[in-house]
Structures are given as structure tokens and as C-alpha cells.
Design a protein around this ligand. Structure first.
Ligand SMILES: [Zn+2]
Length: 273
């Protein structure tokens, strides 16, 4: 009997927390729809929400936690989480190596700058990083790299390629960021995006315990359909998944999962026509 009562009271507490969080979430950060509902419940009563209209999973941002994260983060912390060099090299070979060394490439959310350094070593002369963490931006400028704090500081129609490698999931408003990227791209310019896949096997099995969901700075999670729809909404065309990047040589099992859309990341290339 006591166990039943305890279970009942725990259920009520969990429901109350869900309602409180729903109230805080208010609406979907992408489509502003109100039909949101809890997707996963984490520790300490935190929640991830799903929007059935645009298909994303999202968190309510904790502004203080985020502000601390971006003001205190160090290059060495980012480096530990950065995309491995062999993957950078694979992206370069498949997407960038055909481009002229004079083209303008923007690495949006450049973090510790290892992609910028890779491109500089490959002979590209016009590369700009965009990084919201002032501390990281200063660190990169001290290394001689050009870094802006936001996309507004870049001219309309001036950029050939924008890289957004593991960035969209960090943004409070990815739609506005993608619209800005569309603005700065030249006609026929392209954007390369990689971001965690909420439909991956790991996400389905581990649920809230999936490391991508648990990172405090990760706020929004896409699947292929929701990302494609968002790209088309802001004006991009020919959006397509890059099935052969990452996995051909280095991770054969993940390559097979990728064909089924079940790997941990989505990789998309889209164009401004
Ligand atoms: Zn929505």
C-alpha cells in the first residue's frame, strides 16, 4: 500500500514538473507552435520536448548556464569534443577540395579553429571564422585567424561556402541563423551542415542518457526531414544528405547505419540558387 502511495506521489510530482516545464517552454522555438509535448524526462526533473509540427526535439535554454558556458570555455575544452581530423579531412576532400583557393569560406561556430587551421594549411587565403565565445575569438585572433562575433558582420552575397559543423544544435534560433547564412552566400553558394540525429539508434536506445541530449549547450535536435524542411523554408534548394562522408573508410558499421538514416549525425549539403 505504502509502495503504491509512493509511486502515485512520484507520478504526480513528475507530471507537475512536466507541466511546469511545458509552461516554461511555452512554444516551439522553430515554428512557434503550441502543440509541444514532453519527449524525454532527464535527471533533476529536466525535460526534452517534441514539436509534432516541425519534428524537432528541444530543451528550454538555461540562459545563465549558457552564458557561463560561452564565457568560460577554453580552446582545450572544445578541442576535446571537436570533429576528428580524419572527418575534417574527409569533408574537405568531398566538398571543398575542388574550390579555388581564392574563394571565401566561412566556418560558422568555428570553436577552437581546427577547421580554419586545416583550410589555411591547405592554401585557402580567404577564410573567416564566426564564434560567439569572446574568449575563443580572442584566442583565434592571437593565432592570426580572422574571426567575427556574428554573421551580421559579413556582407550580403559575398561567401562561397559556409560550414556549420556541429553548430545548429547549439542555437536558440537556428532559423534566423540559416536565413543570415542564406543572405551572405553568393548565388550557387553552398552550406555544409552536420548536427546530431535525434532519430539515431543511440538516441532511441539511450533516450535522455544520449550524450548529445545531455550536453547543456545542445538545445535543438533535428532529423533529416525536419532539417531539410527548415533549409527549404529559409530559401535553400537541392538540400541533400551526404551519405558517403565520414563512414566509407573509417567506420564501416556506421556507414551501413547511415544508409538507413540511423547514425549519430546528419550531414547535409544545400545551395542558394
Ligand atoms: Zn515546431
Amino acid at each position: 500500500m505504502a509502495e503504491k502511495e509512493e509511486l502515485h506521489s512520484r507520478t504526480i510530482c513528475a507530471s507537475t514538473r512536466a507541466v511546469n516545464h511545458l509552461f516554461a517552454a511555452n512554444s516551439c522555438p522553430l515554428c512557434k507552435g503550441y502543440q509541444i509535448h514532453p519527449a524525454y524526462r532527464g535527471r533533476k526533473g529536466s525535460f526534452l520536448f517534441r514539436c509534432p509540427v516541425c519534428g524537432i526535439i528541444f530543451k528550454v535554454p538555461n540562459c545563465i548556464e549558457l552564458s557561463n558556458y560561452y564565457s568560460l570555455i577554453l580552446a582545450k575544452d572544445i578541442k576535446a569534443e571537436s570533429t576528428p581530423l580524419e572527418v575534417v579531412s574527409e569533408i574537405y576532400k568531398k566538398v571543398l577540395s575542388q574550390l579555388s583557393r581564392d574563394c571565401l569560406i566561412v566556418d560558422f561556430g568555428c570553436g577552437a579553429g581546427h577547421f580554419l587551421e586545416f583550410l589555411a594549411d591547405a592554401g585557402y587565403r580567404n577564410i573567416i571564422g564566426v564564434e560567439r565565445s569572446l574568449r575563443l575569438a580572442i584566442h583565434l585572433r592571437n593565432k592570426g585567424l580572422e574571426v567575427r562575433e556574428n554573421l551580421l558582420q559579413i556582407e550580403d552575397g559575398s561567401v562561397d561556402v559556409v560550414l556549420a559543423i556541429e553548430v545548429l544544435e547549439h542555437l536558440e534560433d537556428p532559423k534566423s541563423a540559416l536565413a543570415e547564412i542564406h543572405r551572405i552566400l553568393k548565388r550557387s553558394g553552398s552550406i555544409l551542415i552536420t548536427t546530431p540525429n535525434q532519430k539515431s539508434i543511440k538516441a532511441k536506445v539511450l533516450r535522455w542518457r544520449w550524450k548529445e541530449f545531455r550536453r547543456p549547450s545542445h538545445l535543438i535536435f533535428f532529423d533529416r526531414n525536419s532539417l531539410k524542411r527548415l533549409l527549404e523554408e529559409v530559401g535553400f534548394s537541392r538540400a541533400r544528405g551526404l551519405k558517403d562522408i565520414y563512414y566509407t573508410r573509417y567506420r564501416p558499421i556506421e556507414f551501413c547505419l547511415n544508409l538507413l538514416g540511423l547514425t549519430g549525425n546528419i550531414r547535409f549539403l544545400a545551395f542558394k540558387d
